[in-house]
Design a protein. Structure first.
Length: 127
């Protein structure tokens, strides 16, 4: 199935940063940095930018209450989903069972404030 060429104003853009408002900023920063192993590119007392491949995750200390939604989640592509799940378990993260899908293997877990994070292992190419 061929994809139609996109022509909108963001057709050539790359997603650079995902922003998350954090109720407990220190706990969230520790989770993303220490538990998930993302490096901090820049930080101050109310903001931390964490390196996540070609994108950044920017944590902001919540200044006013925000409504949470389960209609989205961020996803990381990994080469060895079982290895990542095992490592997360040793760090105290509860991960859902791995599911087989036609596009690969997937699972999800939540950060300390309930945001869903997905893992996807694409199928191995047959040689």
């Amino acid at each position: 199935m061929a994809r139609a060429k996109a022509t909108g104003p963001l057709a050539g853009a790359n997603l650079e940063t995902v922003f998350l408002w954090a109720r407990d900023f220190d706990r969230m920063k520790s989770f993303y940095r220490d538990t998930l192993g993302l490096s901090v590119e820049y930080e101050n007392p109310h903001f931390a930018a964490l390196h996540a491949g070609r994108c950044s995750i920017a944590l902001h200390l919540e200044r006013e209450a925000h409504t949470r939604s389960d209609s989205w989640h961020m996803e990381f592509l990994v080469e060895d989903i079982e290895g990542v799940v095992a490592e997360l378990a040793t760090r105290g993260v509860r991960v859902e069972p791995i599911r087989e899908e036609r596009f690969g293997r997937i699972t999800t877990f939540r950060d300390p404030e309930g945001n869903v994070i997905g893992l996807e292992e694409p199928p191995k190419r047959k040689r």
